[in-house]
Write a protein that binds this ligand. Sequence first.
Ligand SMILES: Nc1ncnc2c1ncn2[C@@H]1O[C@H](COP(=O)(O)OP(=O)(O)OP(=O)(O)O)[C@@H](O)[C@H]1O
Length: 251
Amino acid sequence: MPKPDPDIGGNENVLISDELSYDREKLKAEHDRDIVKLTEEQRKIYDEIVDAVVNEKGGVFFVYGFGGTGKTFMWRLLSAAIRFKGEICLNTASSGIASLLLQGGRTAHSRFSRNDQALTPDFLNTIKVSGLPNHSLRLKVGCPVMLLRNIDHTNSLMNGTRLQITEMDDLLVKAKVITGEKVGKTVVIPRLSITPSDNKLPFKMRRRQLLIAVAFAITINKSQGQSLSHVGLYLPRDVFQEMSSLMDNYT
Ligand SMILES: Nc1ncnc2c1ncn2[C@@H]1O[C@H](COP(=O)(O)OP(=O)(O)OP(=O)(O)O)[C@@H](O)[C@H]1O
């Protein structure tokens, strides 16, 4: 009896094995042939993006230009530069036609729905989206938290209500309301299944979690309508400087 090939199947991530199966020598030859053709402008973009990848700087780059000015040409070269080194480059386009222009290109929809199985729980647990509680919450009795959804209008348990944890159980927490009309009231917050309302993810996501986030600080929007005796402001940028230069521009 032939034995099954141990390299086939198993738990291997389909997406990763697909992306690592390119002919690296051929890609390198194509890359080396075309890199010398880059215009000065294309080369500048190429260098900046490759530098961000190689040195793990990360970043989001928006490349624009008139039709036929070489965006796809450069993108193919960038993909080859990453892939011939044995690294992964996921080419994703918004439409089927656009995805055909890129080697190994897929639409975002097809890429991610086809690989639902390849999205491991570990990966899903790292996702942080607005309105969705984090997978892991570090709570302690006494810590301030904020509700992330409207749970019970009559009891003022609304998105943005602040509470203080008073008791913790495996599946729920008890907390005291510290803002709004029901200040002082103790409420029970259960775990609920929730789908992000503002979902920019290209797949459906649902998480079962307490609908709260630790809130030692809140955004200015969430603090609306509250009279507070003491306030500390966190201003990571010099907004006053920006305001004054804006005013200069308008006067
Ligand atoms: N530096 C270059 N050297 C040689 N040929 C190039 C170069 N840049 C682009 N080309 C060629 O010019 C043509 C148009 O380029 P490309 O398709 O990349 O443009 P584009 O900006 O993606 O266009 P569109 O916006 O219409 O999709 C292609 O045939 C491409 O191979």
